[in-house]
Design a protein around this ligand. Structure first.
Ligand SMILES: *Cc1c(COP(=O)(O)O)cnc(C)c1O
Length: 381
């Protein structure tokens, strides 16, 4: 899948790690009839949606989820035929496209159904998952009245097939479980309404990585596995509680394009904010903020690994390049690890996220499409 590239910066995606993570997580459900919906939105959290989807499916996932209709179409065009759910709202006027590509969509508004109906031919049927807002406050049906009219409309019309009902947790990755329990209880209560209305239960799902791994007993029919499929912990708060050991799949690498010995007092990069303190070896690497390697990486002790040793960023990160202080003379062409392991040391996604004051999810997502993704186990594809 990798296109030809001519630059010395790339992301290495370990598909074997992804397959292992899916299998390890599946073991939590060995005796239960719960299937895995692999979440590959945002280009598979920056890892490559098609490659991750194929790997997850081959490792036992049965469903896929994306955020956008466009992302679902990309998977269909790659000849992926398993069920795909769009988690976000699609425009009602695009409903025929979702039918054409056999994609399930999320609904939570009566007006959406009324409008979508106008865009469907008599013999067309769209598969729906109704989203219930049990406390995330993002998208979803909140009240019994809203739910009643929505479900009634779906039941009464052959153009609509109710395939699933789901909700999303706001705090599944926290130590304090009170809000999660409130949401779960609310969800169960809302599902009870269906019985009242005589509606046969479709596929029910609630858990993301954090909930699905921590509380398998709370799962229903599907488990929406996202971040942990990529080998990342949903939050540092629960790292020690997880019942599976995860393997990080994403590494980011570059190569030194110049190494120069500099005397004390020389300036490095825009603003001349860094000056060599003594004789120093300065290396230049071809990655910058246009690659998603944000300027902030050069603060807060930001460093890379070169021959297994830490080398800090010096001076400001430019659009396409940045500089590091090397422990000594190193050959041009030497591999630099910005994320991942080298020798005995490792720069984890969590370390990089902490440096930027953010969460690990954000890091691979913002590494731009200018950085080619290469797949270390493409025999899995
Ligand atoms: C992104 C997303 C997930 C996956 O969450 P992770 O924390 O990455 O496992 C699950 N459900 C919904 C609705 C999402 O938007």
């Amino acid at each position: 899948m990798t296109r030809r590239f001519y630059r010395d910066t790339w992301a290495e995606i370990d598909l074997h790690a992804i397959a292992t993570n899916v299998r390890e997580v599946s073991k939590l459900y060995d005796n239960k009839n719960v299937r895995i919906m692999a979440v590959v939105k945002a280009n598979g959290y920056g890892h490559g949606a098609i490659e991750v989807a194929r790997t997850a499916l081959s490792a036992g996932a049965t469903h896929l989820a994306v955020a956008l209709l466009d992302e679902a179409i990309e998977l269909r065009e790659a000849e992926i035929t398993e069920p795909i759910l769009v988690l976000g709202r699609i425009r009602p006027e695009d409903v025929a496209i979702a039918v054409e590509f056999n994609v399930m969509v999320t609904v939570f508004q009566l007006e959406w159904l009324i409008e979508a109906k106008k865009h469907l031919h008599a013999d067309e049927c769209i598969h729906l998952h109704v989203k219930l807002d049990t406390g995330m406050g993002r998208i979803g049906v909140r009240s019994k009245e809203e739910a009643a009219s929505l479900f009634r409309f779906i039941q009464a019309d052959e153009s609509f097939a109710l395939n699933g009902i789901y909700t999303h947790f706001a705090t599944a990755d926290e130590q304090d479980l009170s809000y999660l329990n409130e949401q779960h209880t609310r969800f169960v209560e809302m599902l009870g309404w269906l019985k009242e209305w005589g509606i046969k239960k479709p596929l029910i799902h609630s858990g993301n990585s954090a909930a699905g791994m921590r509380f398998p007993e709370k799962a229903f029919d599907l488990f929406r596995l996202g971040i942990s499929m990529y080998g990342l912990t949903p939050s540092p708060e629960i790292t020690d509680d997880l019942p599976v050991s995860l393997k990080q799949a994403f590494s980011l690498k570059s190569r030194l394009v110049q190494v120069k010995e500099m005397p004390a007092g020389e300036a490095i990069s825009y603003g001349a904010t860094y000056r060599t303190k003594q004789r120093e070896w300065i290396g230049t690497i071809p990655i910058g903020y246009a690659d998603g390697w944000l300027r902030y990486h050069s603060t807060n002790g930001g460093a890379v690994l070169v021959n297994g040793q830490r080398a800090p960023f010096v001076g400001r990160i430019c659009m396409d390049q940045c500089m590091i202080r090397l422990p000594g003379p190193v050959e041009v062409g030497t591999v630099v690890t910005l994320i991942g392991a080298d020798g005995d040391d490792e720069i984890t996604m969590d370390e990089v996220a902490a440096r930027l004051g953010t969460i690990n999810y954000e890091i691979p997502c913002v590494i731009s499409s200018r950085v080619p993704r290469i797949y270390s186990n493409d025999k899995l594809l």
